[in-house]
Every structure is written in structure tokens, then in C-alpha cells.
Design a protein around this ligand. Structure first.
Ligand code: KIV
Length: 272
């Protein structure tokens, strides 16, 4: 019997589909390491995304483009070791599916085999249809990603809202229907008008997960470092911060420095 069928409570793509049908919202957050993934999974999140946003928040790059497949596999396998219930989705990094569906398939297979993750995410619509088709045909669940697709930042030029104009909105709706046809199990809709996200959500049978796409999607995703307030200089309108860890952690480090310098730490109870 497989590990998947032994654990009846693990989130699956089929459960996500049922959640859409019942109108039950889907929660998704990013995680890139064992400790954070353990907290997020233990709190009951439905889906964990090992996002290529690791390139920004873990490695300090300006864009998501530099992160490598080996680095994504490292992050994903750390997350997988902590996760008991959530469905884990891993971003295929830039350069691993845009040009060649053979590379796309072998990259997706490497992620699944070497990290133990449950699915992969790819950015784009009809341009990457061949890659999606082949990955799905190999039995790997695929999440799509439309709207603001950060791997194409140098094509867009800015991180502003996408698909405000009719032509781009119509293409996005067409792409969403195509992703459904190709067998994607869900689609991330990033930074598009709420009205369009609602229309897309109502036009397809697979769940949509929004980020900066309003409340009409089937679920929401945020980068966990933003939600926890670890990142400080990123404040888009769509972001709700639930903690101010940047300030709290700074204060904790300053208290530690003070205690070390004043010889208050360690005290008698804190030594052997
Ligand atoms: O990489 C990432 O964190 C993402 C989310 C913003 C959806 O793709």
C-alpha cells in the first residue's frame, strides 16, 4: 500500500476539487525550509508552495530568475521532511520548461523523485502547453500560474497589475480554459483585477488560487515571509501582514547583544 493511501487525511488534488465544488476556500502559503514548513503544515494549511520566490526571500536576488533546479529540489526536500498533511507544490524554475518539453518533463520528474513533492507549478498559458501536456501525461499533477508571472518580469518591465485591458483579459481567460483542458488541477491567478479573477473562477471547473486577485477566487496564497512581516520593504495593497517579525526579531537580537555585553547572559541557571 502506498504512503498516500495510508494517510487518509493528507490533502490531495481531488479534495481541492471537491472544496471548489462545495465553495470551501483553499488556503495556501509558501515555505522553503523544514522549520517553517513544520509550523505552517501543523497550523492546518491546505497547500504549501515551495515557490521560486525563494530566490528573493531566501537568497536575496532581485528576481526569481536565478534560482536553479538543484536549489529548488533542496528547498522542496527540506519542506517535505516536515509536512504531514498539506499538498506540496514546487515551482519549476525559469529555463526548465519554456523552451523544450523534454527538459520540462525531466525537470518535473527530478523534482518528484528527488524531493518527494506532490506536484509542480509552471507559469504561462498556450506558450507552454506542450510542457504541461507531457508532465500531466507522466502522472505529475500540474498547477498553472497566470496573470503576473514573475519569471517573465523582463518582458513585462514592471510588477504592476496585469490584464487590465480587454485583449490581455480575453487571452488570460482563454489560457485558463486551456490549462483546464490540459489537465492542470488548479491555477494561481496573480495580480489581476478582482472582476476578471471572479469571471475566470466561474468559467472553469478547477480551483483558482489568488494573490492580489480579490475575493472571488477559490483560495488565496501569500508568501509566508510577507505574511509574517519578515520582509519589510514590500507593501503591495493586497498584502495583509499578520505579524511584525522584522521588528520583533530585531528587538530580540538587540536584547541578546545587550545581555552578552553586560554579562547578564548566561546566568547561573543557564550554565553547567
Ligand atoms: O513563487 C511564489 O511564491 C509564487 C507565489 C507568489 C504564488 O509563485
Amino acid at each position: 500500500m502506498s504512503a498516500v493511501s495510508k494517510d487518509a487525511k493528507r490533502m490531495t488534488t481531488h479534495v481541492l476539487q471537491k472544496m471548489k465544488q462545495k465553495g470551501e476556500k483553499i488556503s495556501m502559503l509558501t515555505a522553503y525550509d523544514y522549520s517553517m514548513a513544520g509550523i505552517i503544515d501543523g497550523a492546518g494549511i491546505d497547500v504549501i508552495l515551495v515557490g521560486d520566490s525563494a530566490s528573493n526571500v531566501m537568497a536575496g536576488h532581485e528576481t526569481t530568475l536565478p534560482i536553479t533546479l538543484d536549489q529548488m529540489i533542496y528547498h522542496a526536500s527540506s519542506v517535505i521532511r516536515a509536512v504531514k498533511k498539506s499538498l506540496v507544490v514546487v515551482d519549476l524554475p525559469f529555463g526548465h520548461y519554456q523552451s523544450n518539453s523534454d527538459i520540462a518533463l525531466s525537470s518535473a520528474i527530478r523534482i518528484m523523485k528527488e524531493s518527494g513533492a506532490h506536484s509542480v507549478k509552471l507559469e504561462g498559458g498556450e506558450d507552454i502547453a506542450d510542457s504541461i501536456k507531457r508532465i500531466v501525461a507522466a502522472g505529475v499533477p500540474v498547477m498553472g500560474h497566470l496573470g503576473l508571472t514573475p519569471q517573465s518580469i523582463y518582458k513585462f518591465g514592471t510588477y504592476t497589475v496585469r490584464a487590465k485591458e480587454e485583449e490581455e483579459a480575453a487571452q488570460l481567460l482563454k489560457d485558463a480554459k486551456l490549462l483546464e483542458e490540459l489537465g492542470c488541477f488548479a491555477i494561481v491567478l496573480e495580480k489581476i483585477p478582482a472582476k476578471l479573477a471572479t469571471k475566470v473562477t466561474q468559467s472553469i471547473s478547477i480551483p483558482t488560487i489568488g494573490i492580489g486577485a480579490g475575493n472571488g477566487t477559490d483560495g488565496q496564497v501569500l508568501v509566508s515571509h510577507d505574511l509574517f512581516g519578515i520582509t519589510k520593504d514590500f507593501s503591495p495593497r493586497f498584502l495583509r501582514r499578520y505579524l511584525d517579525l522584522h521588528n520583533d526579531m530585531t528587538a530580540a537580537v538587540q536584547s541578546y547583544i545587550k545581555d552578552v555585553k553586560s554579562t547578564d547572559f548566561p546566568n547561573e541557571k543557564e550554565q553547567y
